[in-house]
Design a protein around this ligand. Structure first.
Ligand code: CTP
Ligand code: CA
Length: 225
């Protein structure tokens, strides 16, 4: 029914969305990850489908059911997600990075399970992963590019800084921490773009996704795409 009520403002448009948590292997049985459930990204995918978009959802770890009528590409690590995004980015009109991507991964993945030793401390060298959002924003023919900013403090300040440093079209900022943001059904989003902002307030991720996508569509229509 929803499909008949919404105006399909994204008919014929290709929307690429990342969601969920990446996993960075330490050894064959251990990895580094984060608390992301994928709920925000999957909700955005569903909202974009309801607007008639061709949706490609590139997802790290998540237990959510695949959205009907989207192309789901499941990935494991930040590097896998980066490669899947770059492979599919051509002709995308809108890119929304909702995934919680590891910033660092173990510099070496042990082939055998690491055994504990007599040492009281273990130091695990980490190396930077590729900033997927940053690389998309640098593309010559880039889509309308939307990032998220998960912060435990100074949400607005850090988000304005990320918007301009990564040259994004829009950023959705949220406060995360214990019982906030990650792995919850509700969230609170502050959306920023050059010259404007809107506080979407606190609510269900499904509802916030619809409101965020509405802002994305309005800004997208105003830019030359
Ligand atoms: N992101 C990404 N690739 C990475 C890291 C982050 O695409 N390797 C994206 C996330 O999907 C999100 C945005 O970048 O849309 C911001 O993520 P966040 O962790 O808040 O910011 P960072 O730029 O990674 O900075 P920091 O973690 O230091 O706050
Ligand atoms: Ca980060």
């Amino acid at each position: 029914l929803q499909n008949f009520l919404t105006p399909h403002r994204l008919a014929g448009r290709k929307v690429l969305i990342t969601a969920g948590a990446t996993r960075e292997d330490i050894d064959p049985v251990r990895f580094i990850s984060n608390r992301s459930s994928g709920k925000m990204g999957y909700a955005i995918a569903n909202a974009a489908i309801a607007e008639g978009a061709d949706v490609i959802l590139i997802s790290g770890n998540s237990n959510l059911p695949p959205p009907a009528n989207a192309q789901l590409i499941s990935v494991y690590s930040a590097q896998d997600m980066y490669e899947a995004v770059m492979f599919n980015i051509e002709s995308a009109d809108i890119f929304i990075a909702a995934a919680a991507v590891a910033d660092y991964r173990p510099a070496q993945v042990a082939i055998q399970k690491l055994k504990k030793t007599a040492q009281a401390e273990l130091h695990l060298p980490l190396e930077r992963t590729t900033d997927i959002l940053g690389e998309v924003a640098k593309l010559e023919k880039r889509p309308f590019t939307v990032g998220f900013a998960a912060e435990t403090q100074n949400v607005a300040n850090y988000a304005w800084e990320k918007l301009s440093r990564k040259k994004l079209n829009m950023i959705a900022a949220n406060q995360v921490g214990k019982n906030q943001g990650f792995d919850m059904d509700e969230n609170a989003l502050l959306v920023l773009w050059e010259g404007g902002e809107q506080d979407l307030g606190y609510g269900l991720k499904q509802d916030l996704a619809v409101d965020l996508l509405d802002l994305v569509i309005k800004r997208f229509m105003l830019t030359k795409h």
